[in-house]
Structures are given as C-alpha cells and as structure tokens.
Unconditional design. Structure first.
Length: 215
C-alpha cells in the first residue's frame, strides 16, 4: 500500500498515520519527524538548517526536503509500501515525488486529504504536547498521558513544540493555504484523492478512512 496523508497542520495527520501504518504494516515517512530527528539526536548540518525554518513555521527548502525523501525511498523497507505524512507540501515536491515513483515504476494507491475548521485546528495545535525523547504526540484535552507531563511510551518529558506557539501556528496555516492547498488540486486532477473529515474523534476519522480504502 502506498499512501499520502495530507491536510492542514493540526488536522490529525500524524495520529491517523500511526493507525494506518499499524494496520498495513508499512513505514511511516514523516518529513517533519525526519527533520526533528536530525536536529534533536544527530549533529547534522541539514538538521540545523531545517530547524531554522521549522522554528519560524516556514517550509524547509525543496532541494533539502526532496533529497531526504529520495534517500528514504532508497531504503529496503519501503518495498512493501509506505505512508507519507507531511510530504509533498507544495507543487514542486509533488512533481519531484512523481519522478521518484516513476523511476521505481510505483503508483500511489491513495491520497487522503483530512479537513477541519480553522478554529478547531488552532485549539488542537496549541494543546499539543510531544515527547522530547521519542516524539510521541499527546494533547492536553483529548489525548492525555497517564502521568501529567510524562510520555507513556518512554518516560520522556512532554514539551510544546516551538512551532506550535500561536504566532507560528498562524504562519504555518497561511503557508498551508498558499503552498500546500494547491497540492490537493494537483491530486484531484489525477482523481486519486479522498477527502475525509478530520474534525471528529480519532477513531471516527480512522473508521471513515478505512471505509474509503475498502480494507
Ligand atoms: P510537521 O511535523 O509535518 O507539521 O512538520 C513540521 C515542520 O517541518 C513544518 O512546519 C516545516 O517547517 C517542516 N517540514 C515538514 N515537512 C516538510 C516538507 N515536506 N517540506 C518543507 N518543510 C517541511
């Protein structure tokens, strides 16, 4: 299964992606997670450059992002399929992905576009907390950890991402509208996109996605 999950920041892409990769037993390729991994755990030059863009809520330049994706697609685990979360984020990246897939003679099985109202997205993002160690995602209202401020999975400390601060969230939403929304149109033209309401509970949204994927 080769899937892309799209939608504005905070719509629940990461959470729904986790459920889908578990179901299909495929790797979860989140470009945001790859960048965060590079600057948190590795002393990487690309990581440092990426961080400067991420902290401002801007997109990391396409050449860096596409290079990272191309490298990831050359690893052996993607042979069985993959799920992209947060990529492609503009038309240039969508075209680059088309080229990578064409080289391998692979086709996408589904592009899922999650939608939600802006006020809900802002509420979700400002309440989001992540484990500074393993990156697991929580929410102060609807996905609380068992112990306040501590990750259930690894015991790491839960923090608020720099780019989830309100001012940065607004910039991310503007960039989404200007650059990422056109990618929805790009996949609409090829007829491969499925729109799912991401404004409901995690399980309801998952149920709808599974219904349209038909498995
Ligand atoms: P995410 O975790 O997907 O919300 O991504 C967090 C941040 O990482 C974004 O706001 C961007 O700064 C950067 N990022 C993630 N994926 C991409 C991408 N495909 N292209 C450019 N920047 C990206």
């Amino acid at each position: 299964m080769r899937i892309i999950i799209m939608g504005p920041p905070g719509v629940g892409k990461g959470t729904e992606a986790e459920l889908l990769v578990k179901h299909y037993q495929i790797p979860h390729i989140s470009t945001g997670n790859i960048f965060r991994e590079l600057f948190t755990h590795e002393d990487s030059e690309i990581g440092k450059i990426a961080k400067s863009y991420i902290d401002r809520g801007e997109l990391v330049p396409d050449d860096i992002t596409n290079q990272i994706v191309c490298q990831r697609l050359s690893e052996s685990d993607v042979q069985k399929g993959f799920l992209f979360d947060g990529y492609p984020r503009n038309i240039e990246q969508a075209k680059a992905l088309d080229r990578f897939l064409e080289e391998k003679n692979w086709k996408l099985d589904a592009v899922i576009n999650l939608t939600a109202k802006t006020d809900l997205i802002i509420r979700r993002l400002s309440g989001r907390r992540v484990c500074e160690h393993c990156g697991a995602v929580y929410h102060v209202e609807n996905k609380k950890p068992k112990i306040d401020g501590i990750c259930n999975q690894c015991g790491g400390k839960l923090i608020q991402r720099e780019d989830d601060l309100e001012k940065t969230v607004k910039r991310r939403l503007r960039i989404y509208t200007e650059q990422t929304k056109p990618v929805v149109g790009y996949y609409e033209q090829s007829g491969s996109i499925i729109h799912v309401d991401g404004g409901r509970s995690i399980n309801d949204t998952h149920h709808d996605i599974m219904k349209v994927l038909g498995e």
